[in-house]
Design a protein around this ligand. Structure first.
Ligand SMILES: C[S@@+](CC[C@H](N)C(=O)[O-])C[C@H]1O[C@@H](n2cnc3c(N)ncnc32)[C@H](O)[C@@H]1O
Length: 283
């Protein structure tokens, strides 16, 4: 087997385990009940007790502001790793643009399509099942390529960025967020927290900035790392205070796993071992 074949096999095995993770009933119940069922990403908080769903929605608003000048009826966004569809709907509602939403999980996609239909947005949003590592779209096509909290799951992030830039039209913007390791953080310090997600390692800020520049993008980073500790403290607290209610939607073993794992995230984010924010770059 060549090195390339080995890497491709490894990436597809990893995608299979990511798909399995997101389609597990317990995991879905956690994101639905604790995050609010629309968005699954870090929030931008007004204050430390704010509802997770409101703060997560503010992230979408903030990212949307960055590309507002590009979008309107007639423009198209590609939402990579669209999850429950919170971003796709927010963009379609706010700008009247079309959205092509791609996600690995058919479970997420079924739910995404059903909510779009209920909200009368299905004529603007096309939901497709597939991987962002293998984009079947023409080059120079989309006005914006958008991806919130997906790249942490991807093994070949360089390829994912290359593909995202390929399908972006000249003058279009790539916008994404990711949870990253702070540059001096030893990998072992993150492993116990990351294990719940099946994520092997995290990218860093210099990794993204150097790859975006190599791909010819004028890129900038809004550092929103200060919100990470609030976000994970909110998640840990929410689960700890709603155990009775959560017991009715998830298995006792998974609830125990969350009760043990979320404080680890609260700890590493409190200690500044991670970074998070929004990247945006114009082609
Ligand atoms: C943390 S959720 C974020 C969902 C959405 N972007 C949001 O902000 O609400 C990560 C999503 O990425 C999807 N995903 C992970 N790896 C992917 C890949 N290689 N290609 C497409 N989707 C992927 C998962 O199925 C999941 O829905």
């Amino acid at each position: 087997m060549t090195e390339n074949e080995q890497a491709a096999g490894d990436a597809s095995a990893h995608e299979e385990s990511t798909r399995h993770y997101y389609e597990t009933r317990d995991v879905d119940a956690f994101y639905d009940a604790v995050w609010g069922g629309e968005d699954i990403h870090v929030g931008v908080y007004r204050h430390a007790q704010e509802a997770i769903a409101d703060a997560s929605h503010r992230t979408v608003r903030r990212a949307g502001d960055r590309i507002a000048d590009l979008l309107g009826p007639g423009s198209t966004v590609l939402d990579l790793g669209s999850g429950y569809g919170g971003s796709s709907r927010a963009l379609a509602e706010r700008f009247g643009c079309r959205v092509v939403a791609l996600d690995l999980s058919e479970g997420h996609n079924r739910r995404h399509r059903a909510v779009n239909a209920r909200r009368g947005l299905d004529h603007l949003i096309e939901v497709e099942t597939g991987s962002l590592g293998d984009l079947r779209y023409d080059s120079d096509h989309f006005d914006a390529v958008w991806s919130l909290e997906v790249l942490c799951h991807v093994t070949d992030r360089e390829r994912a960025l290359r593909e995202a830039v390929r399908v972006l039209r000249p003058g279009g913007t790539l916008i994404f967020s990711d949870i990253m390791a702070e540059e001096s953080t030893p990998r072992e310090a993150l492993r116990p927290a990351l294990s719940r997600l099946g994520v092997r390692d995290l990218a860093t800020l210099p990794f993204y900035l150097s790859h975006l520049s190599r791909l010819g993008l004028r890129a900038a980073f809004d550092d929103l790392s200060e919100h990470l500790a609030t976000h994970y403290a909110r998640l840990a607290n929410e689960v700890a205070h709603r155990t009775d209610e959560l017991r009715s939607v998830m298995s006792p073993a998974y609830l125990d796993e969350l009760l043990a794992n979320l404080p680890l995230w609260a700890d590493i984010t409190q200690r500044g071992l991670l970074r998070w924010g929004l990247f945006h770059g114009t082609k």
